[in-house]
Design a protein around this ligand. Structure first.
Ligand code: NI
Length: 392
C-alpha cells in the first residue's frame, strides 16, 4: 500500500534531491578518484539524524541506520562514479571537469540514495532491524569498487541487498523488474598467436600468424553456435585483431582480444576450456604456439525470487500494473553482483527516458541525461521497499 506519509515526504524533499544530483553532475569524478564526491556524500549524511557514518575505502561511504526494534538487515546500494567522456549537453549544471561526465546516471543514483537515507533516518523509531546505505565507488572500472567494499566487511550481517539503475530505454514512471538473470558477466580474454615471420613472397618458410589467427577467430564462433544450448544467452566477440607492419612481411605474431558475456558461472568454466582447446588445437596443427588468458569480470547479476517479488509488488502498489515495463536481461555488466554474492537481493531499473526532454540517449553517450522526475520515483521505491522487506 502507498504510505501517504512517505510519499508526501518524498515530494517535500524532491527539490533538494534534484539539487544534490545537479551538484554531483557538475563535478563528476572518475572511478577510484571520487574524493570530493565521497566528501559531499559524507557531509550530507552528517546533516541527517540517527546515522553511523563510515568510509569503508578511500572513496566509498557507508551509513548504518539501526532501528529501534530488532530485525533483519537490509543494504541499499548506489554507485557514485563518472565516465571519461566529454559532455555535449548544455545544461546550467553541465560538467565543469573537462573530459569527465556523469553519462550513466550515477549522479542520480547517489541523490536518490541520499534522499532515501534522509527520509528513513527520520523513521528510526518505526524501523525493525537495520538499513545500511552503501555509496559505492568505481562501478565503471574493472575490477570495480563493490568487491573492495565487500572485502572491507560492509555486507557482514546483511540479510538482503537492493540496488537500482536509472534506465533511459524505459520511460519515466515505469520500472524494469526481473527475477533470475538480469545482467551478464563481462569477461575478457587475450590470445597471442606466435608463428614465424618472414618474406611475404616466401610463405613456405614462415608460420603465418595472420592466417592462423583468422582460423582461430572463425572457430571461436562455433562455441556459441554449436556448443551452447540455443536457449542460453552467450556472447563471444573478438574485438581486437592486431598484427603486421608492412605489405611484404609476414609477421611473427598477432594479438587477439575480446569479450565473453554469459549468465552462469558454471558456463564460464566450460567456455573458458573450449576456447583454450580451439586455440591450442589450431595453433598446434600449424606448428605455431600461443598464449591465452581469460579474465573473469564481475559475476552475472542474478536476482533473488523473493526480494524481487517484493520489489515488483512495491511498484504495483505505488503505481499499478502498467508501471511494470516489459524488459529482457541485458548483456551489460554490473559489479552489484559482488553484493549479491553475500546476500540475496534484487537489482532493478528505474525508467528515466523521456523523448520530449531528450533524455532517451543511450547510457555512456555524451548527450546522456536523465528526466529528473525519475528521482522521486526512485526515492519512493526505496523507502517503501525498505519497510516492506524489513517487515515481511
Ligand atoms: Ni551505470
Amino acid at each position: 500500500m502507498r504510505n501517504t506519509e512517505f510519499s508526501n515526504l518524498v515530494e517535500e524533499i524532491q527539490d533538494e534531491v534534484i539539487g544534490w544530483r545537479r551538484y554531483l553532475h557538475e563535478y563528476p569524478e572518475l572511478s577510484f578518484q571520487e574524493d570530493k564526491t565521497a566528501q559531499f556524500i559524507y557531509e550530507t549524511l552528517q546533516s541527517f539524524d540517527n546515522l553511523e557514518i563510515s568510509r569503508p575505502t578511500k572513496t566509498s561511504v557507508m551509513a548504518r541506520l539501526i532501528g529501534s526494534q530488532p530485525g533483519k538487515t537490509l543494504a541499499i546500494r548506489a554507485d557514485i562514479d563518472a565516465l571519461p567522456i566529454q559532455e555535449e549537453n548544455s545544461l546550467s549544471f553541465s560538467s565543469k571537469n573537462a573530459g569527465i561526465m556523469h553519462a550513466c546516471g550515477h549522479d542520480g543514483h547517489t541523490a536518490i540514495l541520499l534522499g532515501t537515507a534522509k527520509i528513513l533516518s527520520s523513521f528510526q523509531h518505526r524501523i525493525k532491524g537495520e538499513i545500511r546505505f552503501l555509496f559505492q565507488h568505481a562501478e565503471e572500472l574493472a575490477p570495480g569498487g563493490a568487491q573492495e567494499m565487500v572485502r572491507e566487511g560492509v555486507m557482514n550481517g546483511v540479510d538482503m541487498v537492493i540496488g537500482a539503475h536509472l534506465w533511459s530505454p524505459i520511460e519515466t514512471g515505469k520500472f524494469g523488474v526481473l527475477s533470475g538473470p538480469v545482467m551478464s558477466s563481462p569477461d575478457t580474454f587475450t590470445i597471442t598467436i606466435i608463428g614465424l615471420g618472414g618474406h611475404a613472397g616466401l610463405p613456405h618458410q614462415t608460420i603465418d600468424a595472420i592466417a592462423i589467427g583468422a582460423q582461430v577467430v572463425s572457430n571461436l564462433q562455433h562455441i556459441v553456435s554449436r556448443k551452447v544450448d540455443p536457449l542460453d544467452s552467450v556472447v563471444l566477440s573478438v574485438t581486437k585483431f592486431a598484427g603486421g607492419s608492412a605489405l611484404n612481411i609476414i609477421p611473427d605474431s598477432v594479438e587477439l582480444a575480446g569479450t565473453v558475456r554469459l549468465f552462469s558461472t558454471e558456463q564460464r568454466i566450460i567456455i573458458h576450456e573450449l576456447m583454450e582447446r580451439i586455440v591450442k588445437g589450431i595453433t598446434e596443427a600449424h606448428g605455431a604456439s600461443y598464449t591465452f588468458s581469460y579474465n573473469n569480470g564481475p559475476d552475472p547479476v542474478i536476482n533473488d525470487e523473493k526480494t524481487t517479488y517484493v520489489i515488483e509488488e512495491t511498484v504495483r502498489e505505488l503505481w499499478g500494473d502498467q508501471a511494470l515495463a516489459q524488459m529482457k536481461p541485458n548483456m551489460g555488466g554490473e559489479d552489484f553482483s559482488a553484493f549479491l554474492g553475500k546476500a540475496p537481493g534484487t537489482f532493478f531499473f528505474t525508467g528515466s527516458g523521456n523523448r520530449d526532454l531528450g533524455t532517451d540517449y543511450p547510457h555512456h553517450h555524451p548527450r546522456f541525461d536523465i528526466d529528473e522526475s525519475a528521482l522521486k520515483n526512485g526515492v519512493n521505491m526505496f523507502v517503501h521497499a525498505a519497510f516492506k522487506l524489513l517487515n515481511h
